[in-house]
Design a protein around this ligand. Structure first.
Ligand code: ADP
Length: 397
């Protein structure tokens, strides 16, 4: 099957056309600045990347441009739109309604709309993308794949907050967790790669990117994860603060005469390693360079990040009463050997030893612990688009 994978944001849209049999990407790209001016990037397999500035007032025009590019006579990846067998859409929040991917129909869309209160910035954008595809590709089966679904297996003790119960029962305030497509993909890949039986395994996945989260995956199911009601919780991230004492919100609001939403904006966009490094950067390459040049704030940011990751890993070892494997993934997890080392250096008590040479390797799946390490540590590149393709085929293939 040829599956078009769509990841729709409020003013951007990423896409990949994937052949599900070979799992090859036939074409990929993105639309940016939708509703502003518009820029289309398109790259066929093995071909040059083309960037075109072109008007896209709404997501519908953006998707039309993607479809035109896919069937372009010279550079198109397919001869006709009839070759697109299905569309897989990323959807951010499925609340408690979706514990897995779902075929898109009117009832399903109504349920996603109900979850929009929990992700007011993301779900409406995802729905716009779905509706535009339905208009332009009538009759083509479509599937929604949720960031939250994989974590729906968490037990109550992991997802309930210590708040008045009515906030959960009436408003759905609880831990949901995100990056579920990545945690699901990487835990399965890690088990396969390391020769573990997924159904009888304890795996911790550290998805460390601009947004970061960790999950505890017991026998193939998520039993805890570090993000919460929203992706602001848990680890210190690029610009998000992660877990903090909630009283800080009022404290800063009073000190700086700000509203709650202004403070939350700071917690989302000006905090994390960016804030800790005094605004130097949210990018770990810049922080590494800064720290190497003696910038104390950059070093602090790196230290806090690694410490929090290691402490969270420790708590998930406790939650699962052990761990067989730890998998690093996403931008930092896949590329930053110094941060991986800083994290793994805390894990000696688990009998983990790092193979420094292997830790320097880049690319595909790689084990970075020594042969005699009691817990296997691996780098497993994530591939959320491929996971969305697989889920789509599983439901409509
Ligand atoms: P997103 O959450 O936006 O998908 P990514 O998973 O792509 O984020 O991660 C992006 C981050 O990965 C960058 O901000 C940077 O901190 C880090 N990163 C990417 N490449 C490297 C590298 N070679 N060395 C260190 N850090 C890197």
């Amino acid at each position: 099957m040829k599956v078009l994978v769509i990841n729709c944001g409020s003013s951007s849209l990423k896409y990949q056309l994937i052949d599900s049999e070979s799992e090859k990407v036939l074409a990929k790209g993105l639309c940016e600045r939708i509703g502003i001016d518009g820029r289309l990037t398109y790259q066929p397999e093995g071909g040059e990347k083309e960037v075109t500035d072109t008007a896209m007032p709404t997501h519908k025009e953006a998707i039309q441009l993607v479809l035109d590019a896919l069937v372009n006579e010279k550079t198109g990846a397919i001869a006709s739109l009839k070759e697109i067998d299905a569309v897989g859409h990323r959807i951010v929040h499925g609340g408690e309604k979706f514990a897995g991917s779902a075929v898109i129909n009117d009832e399903m869309i109504a349920a996603v709309e109900e979850c929009s209160a929990l992700a007011p910035l993301h779900n409406p954008a995802n729905l716009i993308g779905i509706r535009a595809c339905q208009d332009l590709m009538p009759g083509v089966p479509m599937v929604g794949v949720f960031d939250t679904a994989f974590h729906q297996t968490m037990p109550k003790k992991a997802y309930l907050y210590g708040l008045p119960r009515k906030y959960y029962t009436e408003y759905g305030v609880r831990k949901y967790g995100f990056h579920g497509t990545s945690h699901s993909f990487v835990s399965k890949e890690a088990a396969k790669f390391l020769g573990l039986d997924l159904n009888n395994s304890k795996i911790i996945v550290a998805h460390l990117g601009n947004g970061s989260s960790i999950s505890a995956v017991l026998n193939g199911k998520s039993v805890d994860t570090s993000m919460g009601l929203t992706p602001l919780a848990g680890l210190v991230m690029g610009t998000r603060c992660g877990d903090i004492d909630p009283s800080i919100v009022e404290f800063i609001a009073n000190k700086e005469n700000k509203s709650v939403s202004e403070v939350l904006n700071i917690l989302n966009k000006e905090s994390g390693v960016f804030g800790l490094s005094d605004g130097l950067s949210s990018d770990f390459r810049d922080l590494g360079e800064g720290a190497a040049n003696g910038n104390e704030a950059a070093q602090d940011a790196l230290d806090v990040f690694a410490y929090r990751v290691a402490a969270t890993i420790g708590s998930y070892v406790a939650a699962m009463n052990g761990v067989d494997a730890i998998a690093f993934t996403a931008g930092i997890g896949e590329n930053d050997k110094d941060t991986r080392k800083a994290i793994v250096d805390y894990l000696g008590y688990l009998g983990v030893t790092l193979d420094e040479e292997k830790n320097g390797l880049r690319g595909e799946n790689v084990v970075i612990s020594t042969e005699d390490s009691k817990v296997k540590v691996a780098v497993i590149p994530t591939n959320e688009e491929l996971m969305i393709c697989r889920e789509t085929v599983a439901l409509v293939g």
